[in-house]
Ligand binder design. Sequence first.
Ligand SMILES: [Zn+2]
Length: 186
Amino acid sequence: MKKFLTVLLLMLGMTNFCWAHENAQTGENAKMHEFMLKAIAEAEKNIISKDGGPFGAVIVKDGVIVGTGHNEVLKNNDPTCHAEMQAIRDACHNLKTFDLTGCELYTSCYPCPMCLSATIWANIKKVYYGNTAEDAADIGFRDDFIYKFIEGGCKDVQVLDLEQQQRDETIVTFKKFAEQTEKTIY
Ligand SMILES: [Zn+2]
């Protein structure tokens, strides 16, 4: 009888543990859902305001939104004002840092090469995205030619012509920087 009770208590304990674990996971999923809804809400702003394309993003740190952004290319006359870039700028401004280590990016669409690079530069290690690059292409926003340009070794001059000039002069600043004892590498 004693043995039976011990087993029963153990089983009850396990059930309780599983329930708590499942509940924590459900809570986490609800949070993730909420963050993506916020990214969608950012994207939705442009249906009315037309600041730029229908893209939105948020940056999350320790379960809290630390930066938000929507595409503002048209409003600012700035081709770098993609939603993810704006969210990164906002998070860096709010956290007073250039290093977003430990942050996660929620974006309504798969990031373009510029935003992907900026995300990596910011030390963000996790991105959640909604729409695919193909979905974006379907509404007129194509970036596959940029990926192809990079994958092809940046050799397609029809996309961009890269030509080296005056390295003997540009390298001087690099040498000065290398000689400095106090510097920040990021
Ligand atoms: Zn982008």
